[in-house]
Design a protein around this ligand. Structure first.
Ligand code: G1P
Length: 291
């Protein structure tokens, strides 16, 4: 088995019902956060973390993603003719960002099933999973932090964050104990997908970044539908944790759920305030609102 993590799987076949009506025709992964589709943040994070090959698991009506990361001949030719060199660099930059393969999830059978669709392209090597809805502002990038833990500890790593209160029921929740050497690391003994608040085994919610060993594919093949009647990634990783080491890792950084309307609003404000071209102007505008 090759032990270097070179590939990242992006499950992007979901319907995006939480963002209707915007996502009736437009894939939710293509919704713009400031000026970039949310999936591009994840792809840039993967590349900045050393990933060489992106695998996007798509579905019906998701063709805009493929067009986005492809060359746009007409656009580029027009920008070139008009001498718009900066915009041309932006457009070309997207199409040369990464080596990307696409695989189609034909039926929406769940996140675990979506990851399984990438099995043949990933092969027998460890890989990352990035859920594009989860946009994470972090330096170093969240996935890079996790790869450091993976390389040091040699076991699968799940990103986690502490969630107080009943909101934890929207997540996969980790069971385990904090590591004695590194308080950001949890030695995982179990996990439950979307438990009731009173049954949550901890306050550690699993966030959409995973570094997994390829054994998880075989286990996902045997995973029966779980929460919501779907084949859950959490259940596949639970089976993995019974055989191999699995760690939770409380990443340093801030996560936004950009697949949710309120999360997208929060991300929009915070990412806009970080953009040098209009941070000052936007801050002044916000200050001027009678809140
Ligand atoms: C998925 C996973 C869940 C995880 C969450 C993070 O759920 O199944 O374990 O906590 O992503 O965003 P979803 O949000 O797709 O329902």
């Amino acid at each position: 088995m090759n032990n270097r993590v070179r590939k990242a799987v992006f499950p992007a076949g979901g319907l995006g019902t939480r963002f209707l009506p915007a996502t009736k025709v437009i894939p939710k992964e293509m919704l713009a956060l400031v000026d970039k589709p949310i999936i591009q943040y994840g792809v840039e994070e993967a590349i900045a973390s050393g990933i060489e090959h992106i695998i996007i698991v798509t579905g019906r009506g998701k063709g805009a993603m493929e067009d986005h990361f492809d060359h746009s001949f007409e656009l580029d030719a027009t920008l070139e003719r008009r001498g718009k060199t900066e915009l041309l660099a932006v457009s070309r930059g997207v199409s040369t960002l990464a080596r990307i393969s696409y695989v189609r999830q034909k039926e929406p059978l769940g996140l675990g099933h979506a990851v399984l669709c990438a099995k043949d392209i990933v092969g027998n090597e460890p890989f990352a999973v990035i859920l594009p809805d989860d946009v994470i502002d972090a330096d170093p990038p969240c996935l890079k932090q996790m790869l450091d833990v993976f390389n040091e500890r040699g076991g699968s790593v799940l990103a986690t964050m502490t969630i107080e209160g009943p909101g934890i029921s929207a997540y996969g929740v980790l069971a385990g104990s904090q590591d004695s050497e590194n308080p950001r690391v949890y030695n995982c003994t179990g996990m439950v997908e979307k438990p009731k608040f009173e049954n949550a085994p901890s306050k550690q919610a699993i966030i959409g970044r995973y570094v997994l060993t390829p054994r998880v594919f075989e286990l996902l093949e045997q995973t029966k539908p779980g929460a919501g009647g779907e084949i859950q990634l959490t259940d596949g990783i639970l089976a993995l944790a019974k055989e191999q080491k699995v760690f939770g890792y409380t990443f340093e950084g801030k996560r936004f759920d950009a697949g949710d309307k309120f999360g997208m609003l929060q991300a929009t404000v915070e990412f806009a305030l970080k953009r040098p071209e209009f941070a000052d102007k936007f801050r002044e505008y916000l200050k001027g609102l009678a809140l």
